[in-house]
Ligand binder design. Structure first.
Ligand code: PSV
Ligand code: MN
Ligand code: MN
Length: 430
């Protein structure tokens, strides 16, 4: 196995930090034991947790106004893979990459697969892109793609999705994620029902080309780039589309794609109930599709989402296996550092949700004891599980202190020398 950062450096840093970590871990273990929880079992759950990194997140995304590239940004998918390997080596919980096509398309996918294999990385959901025009493209997506009024544009968008499936097969992926920006900017510009009908017909055409062991995930987003109406604007349209399209077509929840204050955890519960929760794009948001680091603003919301996920697992809900991915953009941080932090914050929410006393919660719910029900969740959320996460990383030969170890490695400085052209590959503002 190949490591982008010297394993000796990681081991040396871990050795320095282990005595203090062990003390914190033992103290937490004692406290959890009093609550009937086993810290070893929780640590194993933390070790098993994994969340995919979006290939496009390894560069600085910028805003609609400007992009300020960082040094040593990856210039192609091979270099993005190397950065993803760093994130996984430091965090110990991001063993898969979610690629975006055609941004990440290559001539030789065998070579790309061999490149990721040597770092022990796999490939999760493949994302299609019919929200931008590419230089060699025959027809424009300016007025939409899968729902476009012109059948020829719709056919081109369907064909692209089928092509993405073919590329995904070569990488070993099993999920196609479809997000379209289709919609309108002016009242009257688009006939709501006809546009949705056209979208559904296109989605069904893609689904027909989906291998039997694949899922198709539809991602909703309230607005942007369309600012008046969007064809798949919310989870309502999303679940309707998923239900119409087929059993293996499910909804994907990107946390930033909802109106502020929307109860996302309840949306998650509904999707679980109807076997339509495909997966997540985790990030955080203050105003809209801000693509901020996970848990940086609303860690309690993220915990409450995981409370629903862990509850579904606890109830052994049939067909429950959502795909976890990050989807974020970076303007002012080193993307590697932000992605390490985000992965760890999502893992933290998962472990905290495992602490919830589910029997007590159910009893409080049945007794209409609102305050004790709420306190039961808070007791889990307020527990600092950092020693569990750090011990999981140590056990997996990842870094106890991920950011300090990454900085000490000088990886970014070396990348700056090896990658002098700081073009980045994410264009546009989505
Ligand atoms: C759209 O805002 C989105 O969240 C979709 O997931 C895209 O694939 C991604 O961002 C990349 O721009
Ligand atoms: Mn997304
Ligand atoms: Mn988004």
């Amino acid at each position: 196995m190949k490591y982008p950062i010297s394993p000796d450096l990681v081991a040396e840093k871990n050795d320095q930090l282990t005595p203090d970590l062990q003390k914190d871990f033992d103290a937490l273990g004692e406290q959890l034991e009093r609550r009937g929880l086993n810290i070893q079992a929780l640590t194993e759950q933390a070790e098993a947790f994994d969340i995919a990194v979006p290939s496009w997140g390894t560069g600085t995304g910028g805003t609609r106004f400007a992009r300020f590239p960082g040094v040593g940004e990856p210039r192609n998918i091979f270099e993005k893979v190397e950065d993803c390997a760093v994130i996984n080596q430091m965090s110990g919980c991001t063993s898969e990459i979610s690629p975006h096509f055609p941004w990440d398309a290559v001539d030789d996918f065998t070579e790309l697969k061999a490149h990721s294999d040597q770092y022990g990385l796999g490939w999760s959901s493949v994302n299609s892109n019919t929200f931008q025009d590419q230089p060699d493209q025959e027809r424009s997506y300016k007025y939409g793609s899968l729902s476009h009024a012109d059948a020829a544009v719709r056919e081109q968008a369907v064909a692209h999705n089928l092509q993405v499936i073919e590329w995904g097969k070569q990488l070993g992926s099993k999920v196609l994620t479809v997000w379209v920006g289709d919609g309108s900017n002016h009242p009257g510009q688009q006939h709501f029902q006809r546009a949705f009908e056209r979208y559904l017909a296109s989605a069904k055409a893609i689904y027909q080309g989906l291998p039997n062991d694949w899922e198709m995930h539809i991602e909703h987003k309230m607005f942007e780039p369309a600012f008046y109406s969007t064809v798949i604007q919310d989870w309502g349209s999303n679940i309707l589309a998923a239900m119409e399209t087929g059993e293996r077509c499910k909804s994907l929840v990107d946390l930033g794609h909802h109106a502020p204050n929307v109860n996302i955890e309840m949306i998650v519960s509904r999707l679980i109930q109807f076997k339509k929760l495909g997966g997540f794009h985790f990030n955080d948001s203050k105003y809209g599709d801000d693509d901020l680091d996970s848990g940086s603003l609303h860690p309690y919301q993220q915990f409450l989402i995981f409370n629903e996920l862990v509850d579904a697992e606890h109830r052994k809900q049939e067909g429950f296996a959502p795909a976890y991915m990050l989807d974020q953009s970076h303007n002012v941080t080193d993307p590697i550092e932000s992605l390490i932090n985000s992965a760890t914050e999502v893992q933290r929410s998962f472990i905290k949700a495992l602490l919830v006393d589910r029997n007590a919660l159910e009893n409080y719910q049945n007794d209409n004891d609102a305050i004790m029900a709420s306190n039961t969740l808070k007791a889990a959320f307020n527990t600092d599980v950092s020693p569990i996460l750090a011990m999981a990383r140590k056990n997996k030969n990842a870094a106890i202190d991920s950011l300090a170890t990454y900085r000490a490695s000088g990886y970014r400085q070396q990348a700056a020398k090896a990658r002098p052209d700081t073009g980045g590959s994410r264009s546009g503002i989505v």
